[in-house]
Design a protein around this ligand. Structure first.
Ligand code: ADP
Ligand code: MG
Length: 257
């Protein structure tokens, strides 16, 4: 291949407010194919909002969101700005699967049904084909034997791995994780960390919001430190964690250690 693939996600100078509260104040971000980018920063710095702007779960007032070289088309301006093309939104959202802190599994569906739901109903894939893939992804995250259980019958770590299998079953271009281990007891956290590390080794494109500096240091190609809606510092993990330049980042890191 002589052509360079466009980044899976590119954010340019994004601004996002909730009413008078300016949460993102001009953020630019690049997630090249096969790279892992981690977002770190204090609670309230805008990490979840930035993640949700990437897959258009949130509107933004200014700046660009580009998916695989394709800019989101907007109509209106400022607080009245919204994506202009529903089909484009669906295409982008289904290609950027999100894994949430609280797993968000459907409690009235079995684990297998949870994993099969979106590929069948949203992507209109054949159920038999999706079931085979779903079972494969459940096995991959180490809970192949839980397919017929209800979410409530699983530990938090198993539920989060089911949520990862569900995201994988969409066969997305990138995975977006929002604090995937924060709701878990330390001993269950590691089983999820192991799965995320394996996905990173496979070369999957991932954007990970995390409090876990060890995870960020281990899996990331690039780490972004957000502070009050702006990127305060970013770089490769060795530099960011080993030789932080900004005083705010140094303070943040010493508080999390
Ligand atoms: P982080 O994930 O870094 O903790 P968030 O992106 O969740 O930060 O939130 C950034 C800021 O935006 C916080 O001040 C938060 O209270 C505010 N915020 C987040 N979501 C909403 C919302 N739906 N409505 C109003 N304010 C919000
Ligand atoms: Mg958050």
């Amino acid at each position: 291949m002589t052509t360079t693939a466009p980044p899976v996600i590119e954010i340019r100078d994004l601004h996002k407010s909730y009413g008078a509260l300016e949460v993102l104040r001009g953020v630019s971000l690049l997630a090249p194919r096969g790279h892992v980018v981690s977002l770190i920063g204090s609670s309230g710095s805008g990490k979840s909002t930035l993640l949700r702007c990437c897959n258009l779960l949130e509107d933004s007032q200014q700046g660009e969101v580009v998916f695989e070289g394709e800019p989101v088309r907007w109509r209106g301006e400022g607080m009245a700005r919204h994506p202009a093309d529903r089909a484009q939104v669906t295409r982008i959202r289904t290609n950027l699967s999100m894994v949430f802190q609280q797993f968000n599994l459907w409690s009235h569906m079995t684990i297998l049904q949870n994993v099969m739901e979106a590929p069948v109903t949203v992507l209109k894939r054949a159920p038999a084909e999706v079931e085979a893939k779903a079972r494969g992804y459940l096995a991959k995250v180490g809970i192949g034997d839980k397919a017929d259980c209800w979410p409530a019958q699983l530990s938090g770590g198993q539920q989060q791995r089911a949520a990862i299998a569900r995201a994988l079953c969409m066969e997305p271009r990138a995975l977006l994780f929002d604090e995937p281990t924060s709701a878990l007891d330390p001993e269950l956290e590691q089983e999820v960390v192991k799965v995320i590390k394996a996905l990173a080794e496979e070369g999957r494109t991932m954007l990970i919001v995390t409090h876990d500096m060890r995870l960020a240091a281990d899996v990331s190609d690039h780490v972004v430190f957000l502070h009050k809606g702006l990127i305060e510092e970013e770089g490769p993990p060795d530099t960011l964690f080993g030789a932080p330049r900004s005083e705010r980042l140094r303070q943040f890191l010493s508080a999390t250690r």
